[in-house]
Structure formats: C-alpha cells, structure tokens
Design a protein around this ligand. Structure first.
Ligand SMILES: Nc1ncnc2c1ncn2[C@@H]1O[C@H](COP(=O)(O)OP(=O)(O)OP(=O)(O)O)[C@@H](O)[C@H]1O
Ligand SMILES: [Mg+2]
Length: 485
C-alpha cells in the first residue's frame, strides 16, 4: 500500500511537470539561436553542463536511495507483522530484541539517506553556481552585442528569460530526482508483486463448472524463494469427489491448496476446472464458484455476517444457509450480538475454533462448486469436528467437489480418495482404503526395522516408539499420524 502511495504521490505531485516541460527546451534554445548564435552557444553549453550534473546526480545517489528504500519497505513489513504478533512478543519477552533490530536497520536507512542527501547537496550547489554563471554570461554577452550594435536591449532580456525557461526542467529534474527514484523502486516492487501473486487480468466469464479438477504438471515457487515447493504434480479429481491430502509439514499441501483455488499462479503446468485453465477465467467470477478455508483462517475486521457473505450483498437467507451448512448457526446465535457481532482485527474476538467454523461458513457461502479446506479442524473440539464431518458429507451429497488437507482419521473417513504429498511430489494417490492400507503397511515395516536393530543393554527410544506404533496400529488403520507418512 505504501508503495502504491509513493507512486501516486509522485504522479500527482508538481515534480512530474519537469518531465512535461523538458520537450520545450529545444524550442526555446532555437529561438535564442535566432536572436544571436553566440547567445545560442552559451545557452547550449550551459545546458550541457547542467545535463551532465543531472546524470552525475543520478549516478551518485541512486544506489544509496534504492538501498534505503528496500530496507525501509522491509522494515514496514516487519512492523506490520510484529503488530499482528504482539502477544507472542510480549509473552516471551522479545520486545527489546525486536526494538534493537528495528533501531539498527532504521539507522542503516538514515545513514544511506544522509549519504545520498550529502551528495545531492553538492550537485545542487554546483547546479546553482552554473545557473548564476550562465545568467551572468548571457547578460554580459547580450550587453557586449548591444554595444557593438548587433542586438537590441530588449533582446538581452528576452534571451535571458528564454534561457531560464529552457534550463528550468533540467534543474527541476535534479531537485525531484530523489522522489523519482523512490517512485521507480516502488513501481518495480508493485509490478513484481502483481506478477508473482496474480494472473493476468481476468478474461472470460464462464458458466458455473460441474466441479472436475485437474492439475497437469504444476510447479510452484513461493514468492521470494528460489526452489519450488511443489514440482511436476499431475492428478485428476472427478466432479463431486472428495479428496483428502496428507503429508508431513512443509510437504507443499498448503501450496497446492493455493494453486487449486487460483490464489497463486503455477510457474509451470495448468490447473483446470472442467477442463478449462483457471488462469483464463475472470478472478471475481471464479471466486463465486470456489470456497477456500486457508490454514490460518484470515477473517477480516467486521461483523460475522459480512465475513460469511464475503463482504458482498448482505442476503440474510444465504448467510444463515451457509452458517447452517457449516453447522455454526447456533454458535453464532449464542454470541452477544449474533450475526452482527464484530469479530475484531483478524477475528481476535473469537476463539480459534470459532474462527475456523466461521471460515468454513464463508467457504460454503453461495454453494460453490469446488471447496478447498486447508486443515479445517486444527482448532476444533469434538463438536466442531462432528459439525465439519457433517458439513463435508452434506457437500458430498449435493455434488460439491471437496479437497481437504487434514490428518484426522474422522474427517478422512469422509473422503473418496487420498493423496500423500512428500517433499513437493505425490507419493501416493488412490482410493482411500488402498492408500490408508499402504501407509499403514509402510509404518509397520519402518517400525519393525527399528525394533529389530540390536542395541545392547540400553533402552532404545526408537525401539519403544516402534513397539508403540505397532500397538496403536493394531487397533485399526485410523490412528496414523503425520510423522508416520
Ligand atoms: N508464503 C510463503 N513464502 C515463502 N515460502 C513459503 C510460503 N508458503 C510456503 N512456503 C514454503 O513452501 C514449502 C511448502 O509449504 P506449505 O505451506 O505448502 O507446506 P504444508 O505441507 O502445508 O505444511 P504444514 O503441514 O506445516 O502446513 C515450505 O518449505 C515453506 O517454507
Ligand atoms: Mg499447510
């Protein structure tokens, strides 16, 4: 937002006029030449010196100013995130450490800015000196020509005024160079951000899809990272099917969720709904067919009703219907102001479980054809989990395609297929029973391997773990956990 403001301020400020005035300079110069060639040469030489000074100004101030801009933008990002995580900072006594880090980096910004300002000051001084010298030379030259009766006294004044107008843009450009560079850095950063996070502006407005999803060789690299967190992923999901995704932390599950809903664009490959590339759809239109519950729910500071309605028209019936589908209607009615309860910044007035259930209502609002839920039960109690399972089976009954990232056996029991992701690739995908059986088998084998290692007289933790895993699995395939996959 700050970058956007910087660009806007530059474009609407007075400095920009220097760039519009510049094309007139040659015309003024030509008129001076017409008045007398000697004066023309003086003005031309002066213009050359000023232009050289402008380039010198760019050369000596660009690096420190760009570096200062980069650090200061990173700092404002860091401040935003520390405000969001203020409780963690307070609880674990991290305040002084944050303050020192901030002060050190802010010091760098000030030092770089001062360095650029010093250099620009010298150039500015030289520019003023050149201007005065030129003005004097012009008047002196004019007077000499008048004495020799080659020019009238009026022309002396005219040529001096014309030169002032011709050279003003150069001088102005030096004055606003700092703003210009700042705006340029901000503009580049905005462009980079837009290219990294969104597709090209929406194009087609397709009808509601039936809900078939396919991914064809997709690869994704999170913004600011060099290595992809998902590579070469290909799978298909029929309309109305429910897919569960499991895999260790950092496997790329949330990355896949973002690609499937179009929040991120793949570096390579294509995600399709009903066989058509989702990047070719208008993003707003696509959003009405899609429900998404991100891993950290991301509610907005407003009422529950507005959050569920995705900040669109407040259609009471549709909102209550969504809340009922997510089984959260009664819970909302128990809150002090029901649907009008204000949820505070990031949903801070709600418990983690409440946030997640309201996020689920938002995801199913308007009966989307495709719903992607990223760890929707990480904060839920038994009731919440039962409500979630119920909501998923209801969606399945109405033909909604659902993708759920979760490790809980209860919710996985509602899936048709399961995908096991590992290090950004699909390790297994297929019918739920088959995949669960394969996963269970691999856990037992790994456990036995550890249990069979001779370890002397010492008690081996691996051996204990393996034995415990075996006991747990003996009670049914539903108990595997993240590390087991
Ligand atoms: N916004 C981001 N910026 C930078 N790196 C990211 C971002 N999101 C994900 N990553 C990186 O991509 C990789 C995959 O992350 P992802 O969140 O998809 O994993 P995950 O399987 O959902 O893990 P978890 O079970 O912990 O939620 C990780 O190495 C992570 O560091
Ligand atoms: Mg995740």
């Amino acid at each position: 937002m700050r970058d956007f403001d910087t660009v806007r301020q530059f474009l609407t400020g007075s400095g920009i006029f220097a760039f519009f005035d510049a094309p007139w300079a040659p015309i003024f110069l030509a008129i001076i030449f017409l008045l007398h060639p000697m004066l023309g040469f003086i003005a031309l030489a002066g213009g050359g010196v000023l232009l050289a000074l402008a380039f010198a100004n760019n050369a000596v101030t660009r690096k420190p100013l760009e570096a200062a801009g980069r650090i200061s933008s990173a700092l404002s990002g860091a401040i935003d995130s520390s405000m969001r995580n203020a409780e963690v900072i307070e609880a674990m006594g991290m305040f002084q450490n944050f303050r020192h880090r901030w002060a050190a980096r802010q010091g760098d910004v000030l030092r770089l800015q001062a360095q650029a300002a010093d250099r620009a000051g010298v150039i500015m001084g030289l520019t003023k000196y050149t201007r005065l010298l030129l003005q004097t030379a012009m008047l002196g030259g004019g007077a000499w020509l008048a004495i020799h009766e080659q020019m009238s006294a009026g022309c002396i004044i005219a040529s001096s005024v014309l030169m002032g107008r011709a050279l003003a843009p150069v001088e102005q450009a030096i004055g606003i160079w700092k703003q210009f560079l700042g705006a340029r850095v901000a503009y580049r950063r905005l462009n980079g951000l837009l290219a990294a996070t969104t597709g090209a502006a929406g194009r087609s407005n397709p009808p509601r899809p039936a809900g078939a999803i396919s991914a064809d060789g997709i690869r994704a690299t999170p913004p600011g990272r060099a290595t992809p967190s998902l590579s070469d992923l290909t799978f298909e999901l029929g309309s109305g099917q429910v897919l569960g995704i499991i895999g260790p932390s950092g496997a790329g599950k949330s990355t896949l969720a973002r690609l499937l809903v179009g929040a991120w664009r793949p570096d390579a490959g294509t995600v399709r709904f009903d066989g058509s590339d989702i990047q070719s759809w208008d993003a707003e239109a696509r959003g009405t067919f899609v429900g998404y519950l991100p891993q950290d729910v991301e509610l907005f500071d407003s009422t529950i009703a507005e959050n569920i309605a995705r900040f669109g028209t407040l259609d009471g019936e549709a909102i209550v219907a969504a809340a009922r589908r997510a089984d959260v209607h009664e819970l909302i009615l128990r809150l002090p102001q029901g649907y009008d309860t204000s949820i505070g910044r990031g949903g801070s007035a709600l418990s983690g479980g409440q946030r997640q259930r309201i996020g689920l209502a938002r995801a199913v609002f308007g009966n989307p054809a495709i719903v992607v839920l990223d760890e929707p039960n990480s904060n839920l109690d038994d009731d919440g989990e039962a409500a979630l399972v119920h909501a998923v089976s209801q969606m399945k009954a109405t033909g909604t395609t659902v993708v759920i990232i979760s490790h809980r056996p209860s919710i996985l029991s509602a899936t048709d297929q399961i995908m096991v992701l590992e290090a950004g690739r699909i390790r297994l995908i297929g019918d739920r029973a088959e995949v669960l059986a394969a996963v269970t088998r691999s856990v037992i084998t790994a456990g036995e391997r550890a249990a069979d290692q001779p370890t002397g007289n010492q008690i081996d933790p691996a051996r204990q773990n393996a034995a415990a895993t075996r006991d747990r699995l003996a009670s049914g395939p539903g108990h595997f956990e993240q590390q087991a996959v």
